[in-house]
Design a protein around this ligand. Structure first.
Ligand code: ADP
Length: 766
């Protein structure tokens, strides 16, 4: 068979029948594949070429080459020698050497892969058994590419990836895992899961066993990194079976920051929920989205009620419109608004908020919310207002005190001037009796004016110290008014003024339980003022019974009081700053004392007045008639009776000669004997010496031995000898100290003769 195809002069060998049989037998397994039998030739045109001696059926199928027998390979497969010189080389080598060869080759010209096995049954011949492996090669190539792609994906992925076998060994890790865990990839690949989880090994083992049965497992866990720190991670584990072995392909997400943020958020939300400040959040249109419990606590609106509402629900309507305009302008421009707002609670009660309001913008810079953080400062505001008021009051009172001191100085100097001046004049031996009487009268008037001032000051200090004692007794109001009228009438006529008084109740009905002395002082103060500030017209005074009270009045037609001063005049040291009144004397204490007394007696005082319209002072006292059965007091309102003293021996302990003389003269009487001691020691000696002494009038501040010590020692010798402390000190402490020392009573200077006599009367049981 090969002979007929012999076209090459060098090809002298043909495969004979027996060899062919063997070949066929040997190649039977290849029958499905292609084979071709070539004779190598060489000539001038081609140093190496091959003549097709024989091919099987599959050859044409596999190569697509037909009618090849006897033809040259270079003819059948043109371009092959050039594109695949190796192909020719290998064929030639096998044909020449007889050493079989096996290789895979890609034939560019045919775009096919072949798996070729070459044999040489005889020199110069080559048998090629081949298979078209293009498909296999392509899939291998595809697999390789896909593997490469996978590797790239695995290695290049920013997700942390670990491949773990069913025993928990890490068998693969990507660079992201290395970066996260802090071990090089190679090291990680030698590690076990136990080294990176915080779970006990037994638990890990049981987890792995469980995971084997499910395709996908997701869980959160704490992982340990090379530096020992713990990180929260989310794990997605795919269970994959490769060549009968289970592996877990894990994608790990570091959520430690997220967890941290979550924790932070939780903290913040707890802080907002429990904040002592009100927190209110609205959407961009101003609808409330959130309010914290403090909002509910302060405003009374529950979170449910507030949600969806506009914060206008808490507006009081008392704030200037401009405040809100400014607020919106500020927050819309991205700034923070700070300010105070007066708002209204659900129950209508007003309160003050100190607010910080701002806008929240999203990533695009668009306003997503408004947040208001507010503090209820109602209480602070109240305290502040009070402080401001008290500061103003203090300033005002300082101012008044200075004015008062100036006034007092004036008030003291004026009568002193009169007293000293006229006393000096009295020394003139040429004065007529009438002149002398006038001067003495003037000295007395000045003295009285000074005493009034001092009395006022003492009264004020007593009121201040809470030491004013009320002597409540049945008081015949009608009689008292009559006496006052009689007392003031001469002065009124002197000024050309009319004085009217009205007593609508009968005398017996007019007896009430009150402190007559205080009532006299109240009315005297008011009438004196009316007299002082009225130059023409009249003064009416009296009372009306209104239900359970008696409303007293003193009405004048004088200069009146400006509206702004209506309440001020009752404050201490206040005088109407009026050029008309400046000429009038006064300390600005009278009405304050009056008011205090009225209130002590259970009443109130007010004034109705207008400038140049006269003034109407009204005050009330509880009407508590004691009934006609009780005897009215004797008419002793202004002038205390001069009591005739029975036989008595009195020791006056007093270092001040004038005071001593005054006391001595005040106590002058037919049977009165007085001893005078200039200090405590002398007083003590005299008590020792004169057993006849019935009573001691003890000054407190004295040289050598003060009144306290002297009294203590006197009481030791004669415990029953009554001692009346008499002092210019008016404080509570001074009185307490005197009582402690043994003094039976205390009387303040200037000494009211009536009071002194009453005390003596009481102590000596006259
Ligand atoms: P003073 O000793 O200065 O009169 P008061 O406390 O009695 O002090 O009165 C305070 C002030 O009230 C007076 O200085 C005077 O400005 C005004 N005032 C009191 N009573 C009258 C009145 N009847 N008419 C006009 N002003 C009066």
């Amino acid at each position: 068979m090969p002979e007929k195809k012999r076209g090459n002069k060098n090809a002298s060998l043909v495969i004979n029948g027996a060899a062919k049989d063997v070949l066929h037998r040997n190649l039977s397994s290849y029958i499905q594949h292609g084979y071709a039998y070539y004779r190598m030739i060489t000539d001038e045109d081609n140093p190496v070429d091959f003549i097709y001696e024989e091919v099987n059926e599959s050859y044409a199928k596999l190569t697509g080459l037909h009618d090849v027998i006897g033809k040259r390979m270079t003819e059948i497969r043109p371009g092959l020698a050039k594109s695949n010189p190796l192909f020719f080389e290998k064929y030639a080598r096998v044909a020449e050497t007889g050493v079989p060869d096996k290789f895979e080759i890609f034939i560019d010209t045919e775009n096919h892969w072949y798996d070729i096995s070459l044999y040489s049954p005889q020199k110069g011949y080559v048998l090629s058994m081949f298979d078209d492996i293009t498909n296999r090669k392509n899939s291998e190539e595809a697999l390789k590419k896909s593997e490469e792609r996978f590797r790239q994906l695995f290695d290049g992925h920013s997700f942390i990836m670990l491949v773990i076998d069913e025993l928990g060994n890490i068998i693969n890790a990507n660079p992201a895992a290395s970066a996260f865990y802090g071990w090089p990839v190679e090291e990680l690949c030698k590690m076990h899961l136990d080294q990176i989880t915080t779970k006990p090994p037994l638990e890990v083992k049981s987890d792995l066993k469980k995971f084997k049965t499910t395709l996908l497992n997701t869980f959160s866990i704490l992982h340990r990194t090379a530096d020992g720190s713990l990180k929260d991670v989310d794990v997605v584990s795919n269970t994959i079976e490769i060549q009968g072995k289970v592996v877990f392909y894990c994608i790990i997400k570091d959520i430690s920051e997220l967890k941290q943020a979550e924790k932070q958020l939780k903290k913040l939300s707890v802080a907002v929920e429990q904040s002592p400040a009100i927190v209110l959040i609205t959407d961009p249109d101003g609808n409330i989205e959130y309010v914290n419990p403090m909002f509910t606590q302060v405003t009374g609106y529950s979170a449910k009620e507030a949600k969806g509402e506009n914060p206008r629900i808490i507006q009081s309507g008392l704030m200037e419109k401009s405040v809100y305009e400014e607020l919106w302008k500020t927050i819309l421009s991205g700034d923070i608004w700070y300010g105070e707002l007066q708002n209204k609670k659900k129950n209508g009660e007003l309160y003050w908020d100190q607010a910080v309001i701002s806008a929240i913008r999203n990533n695009e810079g668009v306003i997503s919310n408004f947040v208001a953080v507010k503090l209820d400062i109602t209480e602070q505001k109240r305290i502040l207002d009070e402080l401001i008021e008290s500061k103003l009051k203090t300033e005002e009172s300082d101012r008044l005190k200075s004015a008062f001191l100036a006034n007092i100085s004036h008030e003291i100097r004026t009568p002193m001037n009169g007293i000293l001046g006229f006393a000096e004049l009295l020394k003139d031996p040429h004065l007529t009796g009438e002149e002398k009487a006038d001067f003495i009268d003037l000295i007395q008037q000045s003295g009285k004016r000074m005493l009034d001032l001092i009395n006022n000051l003492i009264n004020i200090s007593r009121i201040e110290a809470g030491e004013t004692i009320l002597h409540m007794a049945a008081t015949p109001v009608n009689t008292l008014l009559r006496d006052l009228s009689a007392f003031f009438r001469p002065e009124m006529s002197k000024k050309g003024l009319l004085l009217n008084f009205l007593t609508p109740l009968s005398d017996s009905e007019s007896i009430i339980e009150t402190d007559s002395g205080k009532l006299i002082q109240i009315l005297t103060n008011l009438i004196q003022n009316a007299l002082k500030f009225t130059s023409k017209g009249k003064i009416d005074f009296g009372y009306n019974r209104i239900d359970g009270t008696l409303e007293f009045y003193v009405i004048d037609t004088g200069i009146g009081i400006p509206l702004a001063m209506k309440t001020k005049i009752f404050e201490r040291f206040h005088q109407v700053d009026n050029p008309l009144t400046r000429t009038q004397e006064g300390s600005g204490l009278g009405l304050n004392i009056t008011k205090s007394y009225v209130e002590m007696l259970g009443g109130t005082i007010r004034v109705e007045s207008a400038v140049h319209q006269g003034s109407e002072f009204y005050f009330t006292l509880p009407y508590s008639p004691t009934g006609p059965a009780k005897l009215p007091l004797s008419s002793t309102v202004m002038q205390p009776p001069i009591l005739a003293l029975p036989a008595v021996t009195i020791l006056i302990a007093e270092d001040d000669i004038v005071c001593s003389l005054l006391l001595k003269n005040s106590l002058k009487g037919k049977n009165v004997t007085t001893f005078c001691a200039g200090n405590g020691e002398e007083a003590l000696a005299m008590v020792r010496q004169h057993q006849e002494i019935d009573l001691v009038l003890m000054d407190i501040r004295m040289p050598l031995m003060d009144g306290y010590e002297a009294t203590t020692l006197i009481k030791k010798i004669r415990p029953d000898l009554p001692v009346i402390a008499q002092s210019a000190f008016t404080s509570k402490e001074a009185k307490e100290k005197a009582t402690e020392a043994g003094c039976d009573r205390f009387i303040t200077k200037p000494i009211n003769r009536k009071e002194l006599l009453e005390l003596m009367q009481e102590l000596l049981n006259w």
